[in-house]
Every structure is written in structure tokens, then in C-alpha cells.
Design a protein around this ligand. Structure first.
Ligand SMILES: O=C(O)c1ccc(O)c(O)c1
Length: 280
């Protein structure tokens, strides 16, 4: 059977992708950001996941105000990097995992979570920046990826509790897939940031670190945080942290924290990163 061996969370700031793509990652400002992923790159090279189930949000690249799925699963054979206004990122095409994705869609929809099935989609920085942070700049991404897009852009986003429960349904679905696959689940976005209005630039390190602690050790409490608290404490885009709850819901109640990194600033946000190992 397929197994979820680990969860990874990371912010997905577009300027990180631009720093890598434009050869600026050694500059002192960016070197500090990338240093938080040195352990992670060594770790994942040994772990060699077959598939990453990657929870992220689209930034009006594949979707728009014309179409806003709350939860959308990518079932295609492959996904091209999106053109976000300055040409597609020079990163490999993402290879999907259609058989597993369709199995998850069937199991999760029949567990009463209504997913939108996506058979054609370009993927933006929300998905490609986490891949770059974890794998660097390879010729081809070393594993298959199932993109799982969550609406955290247009009100109303799903609650943290709903996301946490969805993670549990995703875990059941993956672990009932009859193939010997090493699967990781990643939750991306966050941490505190607000990109517009009088509070633009808001960073709340105390809230972010408390959220990291809760996510690892008391995920039920993290799942009870209401939208208004995320937005008040972590800024309007801090709501992206509900995506980390999908990742956490898909792991065991007790996990081992293998790695943690927290750094301010990267562009307008705090960078948070966790690697959580599922018990064997
Ligand atoms: O400019 C920024 O800091 C920033 C951060 C995260 C995002 O997802 C984004 O679209 C922009």
C-alpha cells in the first residue's frame, strides 16, 4: 500500500523563485533564506519520495474570479509552469500521478468532501517555489506531484477545521492505494503576511512560532483557530496557513519534528518551514 512518510510545510514567496532563476541566491539577503533549506535538500535526496501531494493556492493564474473551486485536485499527466506576467519560470514541467490522483478524488469525494477535478492546468509560484526550495534546480523534478489547489484568495476560504478533516480523508485515501509508493504531503503558503492596505508588511513572529508549535504538538487546537484570528494576527494572506492544516491532518496524531526554520524577511513575508516525520 502507498504510505505517507512525511509532511513538509513551507512558504511559497514568488521572489524566492525569482532570486533562484536570476542567479541571486548567494546574495546575503537570499542566502539566509536558502540556508534554512540546506538540511531539507539533503534529507529529501535520501528520502526519495515517489509522489508529493502538494497543497498550495493558485494566484489568479489557472483560476480567476470567473471560476473559484474551494478544493481542486490535479489529475493530469503533467502541469506546465504558469506565465505570471514575466514569462513562465524556467523550471521543469511537473509530472503528475494520474492513477493515484483519481483514486484520491474518488475516495475523498465519496467521504463527503467535494473536490473539483482538474485535467488541464498550469501551476504558478505557489507550487513551483516549494519544489525549488526542496529540490534546487534539477533538469527534471525527481518525483511525481499531485497539485491540490485551495481557495484562500477570494472570500470565503475553507475553515481550518475543514482543512484538517480533509487532510484525514486524504490520508485514508492515499493509504488505501494499492501500490508500494513513498508519498509526502506538503502544505504551503503563509506565514504572516499582508500584501495590501494600511497593514501591508505585517509580520507577527510570536503568532507564527506559536502556530508552528501548535501544528506539531496540538494540531486539534491549531485547527480550531478561526479565520478572524488568522487575519488579525497573521495578516490577510496569513489565512494561507489553513493549507498547512491539510498537511497536518494527513499525518499521525504524534509526529517527529525533524527540522524547523523561521526567518524574516523574504519579500513581504515571514518564511516558515517544517519537516514532520510520520511514525513508520
Ligand atoms: O510579495 C510577496 O511577499 C508575496 C508573498 C507570497 C505570495 O504568495 C505572493 O503572491 C507574494
Amino acid at each position: 500500500m502507498a504510505k505517507i512518510t512525511a509532511g513538509v510545510s513551507t512558504s511559497h514567496i514568488p521572489a524566492i523563485g525569482a532570486a533562484l532563476d536570476n542567479g541571486r541566491s548567494a546574495e546575503p539577503y537570499w542566502a539566509k533564506v536558502f540556508s534554512g533549506f540546506d538540511f531539507s535538500k539533503r534529507w529529501i535526496a535520501e528520502e526519495k519520495p515517489d509522489v508529493v501531494f502538494l497543497v498550495y493556492n493558485d494566484h489568479a493564474s489557472a483560476f480567476s474570479l470567473e471560476m473559484i473551486p474551494t478544493f481542486a485536485i490535479g489529475c493530469a499527466e503533467s502541469f506546465k509552469p504558469a506565465d505570471e506576467g514575466w514569462g513562465p519560470r524556467p523550471v521543469p514541467i511537473v509530472q503528475g500521478s494520474p492513477d493515484l490522483a483519481w483514486h484520491i478524488a474518488e475516495a475523498v469525494i465519496q467521504s463527503d468532501f467535494d473536490l473539483t477535478i482538474i485535467n488541464k492546468m498550469d501551476v504558478d509560484h505557489g507550487l513551483t517555489v516549494p519544489l525549488s526550495l526542496m529540490f534546487g534546480q534539477p533538469e527534471a523534478w525527481p518525483c511525481q506531484v499531485i497539485p491540490f489547489a485551495v481557495n484562500v484568495v477570494q472570500y470565503p476560504p475553507p475553515s481550518g477545521a475543514r482543512c484538517y478533516a480533509l487532510g484525514k480523508a486524504i490520508r485514508k485515501a492515499i493509504e488505501s492505494f494499492d501500490a508500494d509508493l513513498n508519498v509526502q504531503i506538503w502544505g504551503t503558503g503563509g506565514m504572516s503576511h499582508q500584501l495590501q492596505g494600511p497593514r501591508a508588511g505585517l509580520i507577527n513572529a510570536k503568532f507564527d512560532n506559536h502556530f508552528l508549535d501548535l501544528l506539531v504538538n496540538d494540531p486539534e487546537a491549531a485547527a480550531r483557530i478561526p479565520h478572524v484570528e488568522f487575519i488579525r494576527e497573521a495578516g490577510s494572506e496569513g489565512i494561507e496557513l489553513v493549507m498547512w492544516l491539510i498537511m497536518r491532518g494527513a499525518l499521525a496524531d504524534t509526529v517527529e519534528e525533524l527540522h524547523r526554520f523561521y526567518h524574516v524577511p523574504a519579500s513581504n513575508t515571514a518564511v516558515g518551514h517544517l519537516i514532520l516525520k510520520n511514525p513508520a
